[in-house]
Design a protein around this ligand. Structure first.
Ligand SMILES: [Zn+2]
Length: 442
């Protein structure tokens, strides 16, 4: 077997596997061994996996037979994990003037119809995945298309790119236009076929994806519960408590429910592999149930700001659960950059009179998400044997960041200015299992 080994020399940052929201440092004077920051370090990648990491000084005599890529003062760090995005909504991002329910009607549903056409679907999703890699995101929990052919194509594209991805066909059988509505049985049959073909194939995991309680019938949710029972390792994703009008409509449609979360829970959909988008307008009893079930919260601040949905309360949520992650909600969110998400998370927290430290936000977007999604034995940091999904960040690619980083002395401030001022232009390259999947200068 060919020994395919490359060493990357540069500044290295990642979290230790013992890191948690509880024990991460809040500022630079906190002593913590929960992260690793090495100036002039070496990351060794062998056959797609992490083989070693340390300072250049300790490695330099052992590198004679290894190809070394010198990244100078660029930052080498694990790729971002986005836990909520709509792969089919690129064509309607930045749509003017509506809040959630009207926005779905006026923009999203017409936009998602193009996925009935094979060529349009392929073109759109190729653009989407290229753009995702350009933004340094290596893993995502993503809503796929409604239709079988387009969903199959999406899985095939992801498999070709060898990405660790959690996705499934979006399910809608009520309150949708005729051109974008399948029968309950059709939705179920498509899901079964896709599970059989793609779940656990390569680095792919299937995710049962009812759009939200207003677009899926009770019969549909019951079938979702059956799928989960038949395949307990499947993920589930849906939306929860995003918009106050949505919450009122859910109560009207499901008068028997104790609360919004109860609608999903009634059908067995609230589990420790369920990712719940938004979770803004939450009752204490819903947060307690999230805690008890181990379900995962995906906070999507750029989308919440764009659609005027409300301010997620990080500190209140954290009192109940630490299973908090970050999502772009590409579609409602107007950026696929996790820098933008981390930036808006800070600003939303400031509006709530809360300070959200740099390390915590970076953790939510990388290793924290890997832990919460139970994929931390595979990705999320640079421990030996992990899959080598990483990015190289070049702060100097932005003239202002280049100017601003002068005098920045520690990793705390560096992360803060990257999150506040960075965007896709500072992603120099993105690696999937040690293979370069995107490079800015190519
Ligand atoms: Zn969404």
């Amino acid at each position: 077997m060919m020994n395919n080994t490359t060493a990357y020399r540069g500044n290295i940052f990642y979290f230790n596997d013992t890191a948690s929201l509880e024990n991460l440092p809040k500022h630079k004077n906190d002593t913590s061994n929960q992260y690793v920051y090495i100036e002039d370090g070496i990351l060794i990648v062998k056959n797609g996996k992490i083989d070693g990491v340390g300072s250049y000084a300790t490695y330099k005599d052992k590198l004679s037979d290894i190809k070394v890529e010198n990244c100078g003062t660029k930052l080498i760090t694990p790729g971002f994990i986005d836990t909520h995005q709509h792969s089919t909504q690129s064509s309607i991002v930045a749509a003017y003037g509506e809040k959630l329910l009207e926005w779905l009607e006026d923009y999203v549903f017409p936009g998602e119809r193009i996925y009935a056409d094979h060529d349009c679907a392929l073109k759109d999703m190729t653009f989407f995945l290229d753009h995702l890699l350009r933004n340094g995101t290596t893993t995502a929990v993503s809503y796929g298309p409604l239709f079988y052919d387009a969903s199959d194509l999406f899985f095939a594209e992801l498999n070709k790119r060898n990405m660790r991805f959690i996705t499934g066909n979006i399910l809608m059988d009520i309150n949708a236009p005729a051109t974008l509505k399948l029968s309950t049985q059709e939705n179920y049959d498509i899901s079964k076929k896709l599970i059989d073909k793609w779940h656990n194939k390569g680095r792919l995991s299937y995710c049962i994806s009812p759009r939200f309680a207003l677009a899926t019938s009770e019969a549909m949710m019951e079938l979702c519960g059956e799928l989960k029972k038949a395949h307990p390792d499947l993920y589930i994703q849906t939306h929860l408590n995003e918009n106050t009008n949505e919450v009122k409509e859910v109560k009207k449609l499901y008068p028997w429910s104790k609360n919004y979360l109860d609608v999903y829970d009634h059908f067995g959909l609230i589990t420790d592999k369920t990712v719940l988008g938004h979770c803004i307008h939450m009752l204490d009893e819903e947060l307690a149930q999230i805690r008890d079930s181990g379900a995962i919260v995906s906070w999507c601040p750029i989308s919440n700001n764009f659609l005027g949905s409300g301010l997620f309360n990080y500190e209140r949520t954290l009192k109940f659960t630490d299973k908090i992650t970050l999502g772009t909600d590409w579609g409602g969110g107007n950026s696929l950059s996790m820098f933008a998400v981390m930036d808006d998370a800070y600003k939303v927290s400031m509006l709530n009179n809360q300070k959200l430290p740099s390390m915590h936000r970076w953790f939510l977007a990388t290793y924290g998400a890997a832990k919460t999604l139970q994929i931390d034995s595979k990705v999320g940091n640079f421990d030996k044997g992990k899959e080598a999904d990483f990015i190289i960040i070049d702060p100097d690619a932005s003239p202002f960041l280049k100017y601003r980083r002068r005098g920045v002395e520690d990793i705390f401030e560096l992360l803060f200015i990257l999150m506040t001022l960075g965007d896709e232009k500072i992603i120099n390259s993105t690696y999937i299992m040690g293979e370069c999947a995107y490079r800015a200068d190519k």
